[in-house]
Design a protein around this ligand. Sequence first.
Ligand code: FE
Length: 346
Amino acid sequence: MSDVIVMTDKRCRAEDKRIINNKAVDVNQLVPIKYTWAWQYYLDACANHWMPQEISMQRDIEQWKGGAFSEEEMRVIKRTLGFFTTADTLVANNLVLAVYRHISAPECRQYLLRQAFEEAIHTHAYQYIPQSLGMDEGEMYNMYREIPSIHDKDEFEARLTVDLIKPGFETESFHGRQKLLDNLIGYSAIMEGIFFYASFVMLLSFGRTNRLPGACEQVQYILRDESMHLNFGLDLINTIKEENPDIWTQKFQDQAVQKIRRGVELEIRFGQDCLPNGLLGMTHGMLDDYIKHVADRRLEKLNLPKQFNTPNPFPWMSEIIDLRKEKNFFETRVTEYQVGGTLEWD
Ligand code: FE
């Protein structure tokens, strides 16, 4: 895929493109575009650009240092942020080191490059928030090695990356193609589709009562980006399935469902660990139902059987996710990403 460039008069045709094992096609030629959905994700993601330092943390700092939070609330905030400090780095490393080289459609790579930058922005936000609040950074960055409920989620994901970066891994064999799909399900459906959501709902609950407004504004932007990562990932999986129907066996589907069920168990355990007694108007039962509800949405999109059929106890989360559809979402923003005026050509 990164072969020398050979002279040829055989031109790249859209209909020859494949998401993986695209031997016939030049990975450097974005056009002609076949996967228009992937290009659209790229354009939409660029239209949503933001940076953490544009958002003031002043009120959050006053609240945090002014004793506005109970011990239990501080535990939730630290644990969810502690999970996030390393979570987007894990996703970014998987994307760049394990997945990217096996995705051979340039329009899909174009979105993955944008996504990789967004993962860096999220990692930046999760550095900016704890630093602004004066949290113990050693404690935050080591939670994934020290807190079992966080460790177990991350270890579940990291194993999927290790398999793909082993020397000799390829995506031509039946086994290799299934492994890649397994990794994508693990990261898109489970990491970005389930493991982020208990933390999103817990953190954003503070914003609903005007607490941690700066942190919550950033988390809203992240949630909007993440819902695109998730949906792109699921579209990518579904397209690979269509192009490689032989790997989507009943056995593989059953294993995927079991993995997603395991992801739900780990996320429920993490939620209980963050909120040992319930808080912020949410009980364990509500949080568990929410995690199961989002897992069912991921299963449905992958055309796998729903497992839980629980109602959504937090309809306001859907409203926040849907905010991205509104044009005036950025009206409060001061920064414009039109930087041409700052260039000097002399
Ligand atoms: Fe992401």
